[in-house]
Design a protein around this ligand. Structure first.
Ligand code: ADP
Ligand code: G3P
Length: 493
């Protein structure tokens, strides 16, 4: 097969924007990355300036494209931090408020009000999600109700709503295309995952006017062309998926029962359930895994809000480490956790607890507790939180045999081994850990005809290292029971 054609994948994440150019074999030809500022204007609020998102995206695309022959780039894929909400003016393209980030808790009271009004069942049945501030619906409504004149403009069709993919698409196409893909739509609380359409009843419940919504397309489809002035040449945009779904695609989880977990800022487990939208009895989410040729493949998802963010907190908040990679040697020099447990509920607890008011705590401190124990407790907490998701899945009757992992944290061998020990299953780390961008590239490549099918793509997956469980049951039981005890002490709901 010719290795000449290239794909540009844009990965717009929570803390940084990345652009990666892949070739036809799925190998990386160029990378550029840029962090951008986080804004915390109030307790529990998290915002991004949409211009920072746009500027950093544009710069990394230009930087990555400058390292390759742009004439060979045949398709662009976009993947993005999901749920983060932007509302912009169609006439100017300017956002009317900062992007409200997925971690933001400001709409907790609105969600509680909707629960009290008896909407929980309708929302879960139709959207597959829960009533939690995590999702976009209440964030969009908050902007419309808190920016002067916004609701009237929205009703008049002058404003556009989008998750980050949609906002970038609008900007990249010079305001020509207002669209999103089914995975991003499935994170809004407004999209009916069974009918594959925006749901009028959900729009009514969340008080979001239809006039602001983007068109929902397949993940591999014609999303328009980039404006020629941006990169010196117009490029077709052929793929979009939310970052966690893109990671599942990059990990080639195409068969029902296949499962991946990504350890970036947060941790997100996605289990392919095939053509069936399976409803969890244990507060996991039902979501769109991908939609291709009009056919939806569903997934069950467990979302944990703090994973690598706990390591960032050790570095930036406490100053205990200078870099994330130091944690591996530090924790390897410990001989157990000395009874210290960190519950990193800095922005509440996600699945399976869904407790937006819970806050973090550390337990079991003694006079000999030092930085190493804090570091170990932070790394362990990520594995215990994944354990909670697997327990919830087990109660739903799902017991995976192996887990494919990716994300910045799994470069840490200690974390990956401990994860295998605590979950008591094989944990596989792939050769290419940039699975999120790779998934977007696969979608764009499918649309461009570079890849023929999902089977074609699946043959490219390679395992770099498998981690096998190596812990006594009695130790696992003791550790997870202590963790559960720690969690129970911070619960508010
Ligand atoms: N060696 C390591 N050990 C532990 N955590 C790490 C290590 N390397 C990176 N991380 C953590 O992984 C996260 C970065 O992963 P990444 O996948 O780039 O995240 P995101 O896409 O959410 O920005 C950071 O939160 C960082 O603290
Ligand atoms: O940007 P990430 O990698 O932290 O992912 C964010 C998720 O999409 C939030 O649902």
């Amino acid at each position: 097969m010719s290795q000449d054609r290239l794909i540009l994948a844009i990965d717009q994440g929570t803390t940084s924007s990345r652009a990666i150019v892949f070739d036809e074999s799925g190998s990386i030809r160029a990378v550029a990355q840029q962090e951008f500022p986080q804004h915390f204007p109030n307790d529990g609020w998290v915002e991004h300036d949409p211009e920072d998102i746009w500027d950093s995206t544009l710069e990394v695309c230009r930087a990555a494209l400058s390292k390759v022959n742009i004439e060979k780039v045949v398709s662009v894929g976009i993947t993005n931090q999901r749920e983060t909400t932007v509302v912009w003016d169609r006439a100017t393209g300017k956002a009317i408020y900062n992007a409200i980030v997925w971690q933001d808790r400001r709409t907790a009271a609105i969600c509680a009000g909707l629960r009290d009004a008896g909407h929980s069942e309708t929302v879960t049945e139709r959207s597959g999600l829960l009533l939690d501030p995590y999702f976009s619906g209440t964030k969009a409504a908050w902007i419309l109700d808190n920016v002067e004149g916004a609701r009237a403009k929205a009703e008049a069709g002058e404003l556009a709503f989008g998750t980050i993919d949609s906002f970038l698409l609008w900007r990249l196409t010079g305001g020509q295309v207002h669209a999103t893909d089914a995975t991003n739509a499935s994170r809004t609380n407004l999209y009916n995952i069974h009918t594959a359409q925006w749901d009028p009843k959900l729009l009514e419940i969340f008080n979001v006017p239809e006039a602001i919504l983007p068109t929902v397309q397949d993940c591999a489809s014609d999303f328009g062309q980039t404006e020629a002035s941006l990169f010196g040449r117009s490029l077709p945009i052929g793929g979009i998926a939310g970052d966690q779904q893109a990671a599942a695609i990059g990990q080639c989880c195409f068969e029902p029962g296949m499962i991946k977990s990504t350890y970036g800022t947060g941790c997100f487990v996605i289990l392919n359930t095939g053509e069936k939208a399976v409803r969890s009895n244990n507060r996991l989410l039902t979501t769109v895994g991908y939609r291709l040729d009009g056919k939806t493949t569903y997934a069950i998802e467990g979302a944990i809000f703090v994973a690598g963010a706990a390591v960032q907190w050790l570095r930036d908040g406490l100053g205990l480490i200078k870099s994330a990679s130091e944690t591996e040697d530090l924790v390897k020099s410990t001989d157990g956790n000395h009874g210290v447990y960190l519950v990193p509920a800095f922005t509440g607890l996600g699945a399976p607890y869904w407790d937006p008011d819970a806050r973090g705590a550390i337990f079991g401190l003694t006079r000999d507790t030092g930085p190493k124990e804090f570091v170990r407790a932070a790394l362990e907490s990520v594995c215990y939180q994944t354990f909670d998701l697997f327990e919830a899945m087990a109660e739903d009757g799902v017991r995976p045999k192996a887990l494919r992992v990716d994300g910045g944290m799994v470069s840490n061998d200690w974390v990956t081994q401990y994860l295998s020990d605590i979950l008591n299953i094989e944990v596989d780390r792939p050769v290419i850990t940039e699975t999120t961008a790779l998934g977007a590239a696969y979608l764009a490549g499918l649309q461009a005809g570079i890849f023929e099918s999902l089977e074609d793509i699946a043959s490219k997956w390679g395992c770099e290292r498998s981690f096998l469980p190596n812990m006594e049951d009695s130790d696992r039981n003791r550790l997870t029971a202590n963790w559960r005890d720690a969690v129970s002490r911070i619960r508010k709901n």
